[in-house]
Every structure is written in structure tokens, then in C-alpha cells.
Design a protein around this ligand. Structure first.
Ligand code: ADP
Ligand code: MG
Length: 340
């Protein structure tokens, strides 16, 4: 009925710096659905970082604490499909009514609504009704509201009413604990150095991290091979190759600072010296161009700046590369270095 997956619980959602804010906000919402200022609660972040898991966890916890409440989890894609079907069958009002009587509505991957103005419109009305009646809305998205495209302004402004919490790439310790928890739940033992090897090499996607460990377990049990670092290396390499490698923001900062013969700390520093500011702006520009990270996330990783600073940096680089020959050369050189 509620479409919730009980395995996606808070207990199984390991805490780390990368998810602490989103996780605690989720717990707060689960304790008092509709009764906090986190309404809507919007969880955003890149693929495989736990948005769907956390959204379910909130729903599962609410169902546990308030069995009488109606909780519904649905992907934005399915919501859209249902709406299209309803319109075809002349059931638009029934569709709206169905959603307006829910206590906790969880919509996953709202970026899917971009460009779909009919669905956005109906969702706007449902959202307003739920919000006015103190019902809880939980949304997930691959981007922060400021970075969303082709979503109506009035809907975006609603998204910003509550709290937007980002899921970032988990740090090494968190990756290790996620792997250990998974192994523990599956009742599998694995040498510490293997776990650390996998955690060290798969950094930006928890789904891949789990996938690698699952293959490793399967390889060793089907082929009766001992789990060695060599086996781990082969499997990790496959994972890293099969997924289009996105350059990391750390890597971009390293390449840009090497190019200007400075260290990364200098690039991130608060100084206003022109050549350092330019190096920093170039790093931001390439991070925007080559990664899926949001402006806010790029800013926080490149010297703790805000999203407006990153946006300004991107515009500056665009302008300078068309007006300043020397600067154009910087852009071309770094592009080459980043593409090998
Ligand atoms: P997204 O929806 O952001 O693409 P998912 O929620 O599908 O990501 O998560 C991908 C996988 O990683 C799932 O199996 C999920 O259980 C796991 N996962 C993500 N974050 C965590 C975490 N903090 N602790 C434990 N497992 C996690
Ligand atoms: Mg998801």
C-alpha cells in the first residue's frame, strides 16, 4: 500500500559527515510529521548517495510511530504516469483527491518533473493543499532547487519553503562502515585490508561500493577463490571502468593548482591576489563543466564559498576566455590536462 521498503531503515542508513544534516532532519520529520519547519523536506545529491534510502527510512519510521497515518512513497516518474492516465480517463479530480488525503507524501526524483508543466501544475495544487493542512511532504532530487531547470518558479519557491539538505560523497570512514554493516547483515567475513581497499577506491557512489563488495563475495564463493587484494583489484577496476568516470572536484583542484605551480591550500585560500583568484575561478568553472555537482556543493569543496560565488566564477571564466588571449590559453591547457 505505502510502497515502502522496510530494509531502507534509519538503522541501516549509516551516519557520517556527508549525510548528518539530511539524516537528522529526516529523523526530526519522522518524529513530528508536518509539525516541524522542515516542510517540505527536500533531500538532494548525486546518484547512489542514498536519497531513495533516506526517503524510505523516514516513511518507514513514521509508519512505525504513527500506524494510523497514511504514508505514500512514489517516484516522480510514476506520479507523472498516473496523472497522464487519469487525464486520459477523465479522472483528474479523483487523482487530485487521492493525493490530497494523504498524511505523508514522499516523491522521489522530482527533477523528473522538469519540463512537464501539466504534472507540475497538478502537483502544485496537491502540495498547497497538503501544506495548508499540516501534512508532511518529502522530496528528493538530484539537484538543489537553485540548480533545477525547467521547473516553474512558483513550485521552486515552494520547494525552498522548508529545508533542503544535501547528501554528499561519504568520506573514507563512512564508506568503511557502510561496507562493514553490509557484510555484517549478510553474515560474511572479509579481511580488513580488503574492505579498506574497496572503500579507498570507490568514492562517489554508495551503490557502486556495495556492488563491488557483492561481486567480491560472489566471486569468492562461486569460484571458491580466496578473497585477496588481487581479486579485489580486478573487481574494483571493472567497477571503475564500467561506470563513466567523472573527474572529481579534488582532482580538478589538483590539476589547476599544479598548472599554476601553487598548492591546493593556496588555491582555496581567502586571498584576493589576482592570479590565485583566477586559478580558483578556473577550478570552479571546470568543476561545473565536468562534474554533476551542484553550485553549492562545488563552492563548499573549493574553499567553502557559496553558490553565488561559483556562478560568478563561471561567468567570469566565460567572459575572460573570449576577451583575453592568455586566459584562453589557460582554459585550453587545463582542458587538455583534464581530458587525459
Ligand atoms: P540514490 O537514490 O541517491 O541514487 P539510493 O538511496 O538508491 O541512492 O542508495 C544506493 C545504495 O546505497 C542503496 O543500496 C542504499 O541502501 C545504499 N546507501 C546509500 N547511503 C547509505 C548509507 N549512508 N548507509 C548505508 N547504505 C547506504
Ligand atoms: Mg534514488
Amino acid at each position: 500500500e505505502s510502497q515502502l521498503n522496510p530494509n531502507y531503515s534509519f538503522e541501516n542508513f549509516l551516519e557520517g559527515d556527508s549525510n548528518r544534516l539530511a539524516r537528522s532532519a529526516g529523523l526530526a520529520v519522522a518524529t513530528k510529521p508536518g509539525g516541524t519547519s522542515f516542510n517540505p523536506l527536500l533531500i538532494f545529491g548525486g546518484v547512489g548517495l542514498g536519497k531513495t534510502h533516506l526517503a524510505h527510512a523516514i516513511g518507514v519510521d513514521i509508519k512505525d510511530k504513527y500506524p494510523e497515518k497514511t504514508v505514500l512513497y512514489i517516484s516522480a516518474e510514476k506520479f507523472t504516469q498516473q496523472y497522464i492516465d487519469a487525464v486520459k480517463k477523465n479522472n483528474r479530480n479523483d487523482f487530485i483527491h487521492f493525493y490530497q488525503i494523504i498524511d505523508v507524501l514522499i516523491i522521489d526524483d522530482v527533477q523528473f518533473l522538469s519540463g512537464k508543466s501539466g504534472t507540475q501544475d497538478v502537483f502544485f495544487h496537491i502540495f498547497n493543499h497538503l501544506h495548508q493542512n499540516g501534512k508532511q511532504v518529502i522530496l528528493t532530487s538530484d539537484k538543489a532547487p537553485v540548480d533545477m531547470q525547467d521547473i516553474e518558479q512558483r513550485l521552486l519557491s515552494r520547494f525552498k519553503w522548508g529545508l533542503s539538505a544535501e547528501l554528499q560523497n561519504p568520506d573514507f570512514e563512512t564508506r568503511v562502515s557502510i561496507l562493514k554493516n553490509k557484510l555484517y547483515r549478510d553474515g560474511v567475513e572479509m579481511p580488513e585490508d580488503i574492505i579498506e581497499y574497496v572503500a579507498k577506491n570507490i568514492k562517489s557512489n554508495v551503490r557502486e561500493l556495495e556492488g563491488a563488495i557483492i561481486s567480491l563475495i560472489a566471486q569468492s564463493s562461486f569460484n571458491k577463490k580466496e578473497i585477496t587484494i588481487d581479486l579485489a583489484r580486478t573487481i574494483v577496476e571493472k567497477f571503475v571502468k564500467n561506470t563513466k568516470r567523472e573527474v572529481s572536484i579534488d582532482y580538478i583542484q589538483k590539476i589547476v593548482s599544479d598548472y599554476f605551480l601553487m598548492d591546493v591550500d593556496t588555491l582555496q585560500s581567502k586571498t584576493r591576489k589576482r592570479h590565485i583568484v583566477q586559478a580558483r575561478q578556473l577550478a570552479m568553472f571546470f568543476a561545473k563543466k565536468l562534474t554533476k555537482a551542484s553550485l553549492a556543493s562545488i563552492g563548499s569543496q573549493i574553499g567553502k564559498r557559496d553558490h553565488a560565488t561559483v556562478l560568478h566564477a563561471c561567468k567570469t571564466v566565460d567572459n575572460l576566455s573570449s576577451t583575453d588571449k592568455q586566459f584562453r590559453k589557460y582554459v585550453d591547457d587545463i582542458t587538455k590536462k583534464l581530458s587525459v
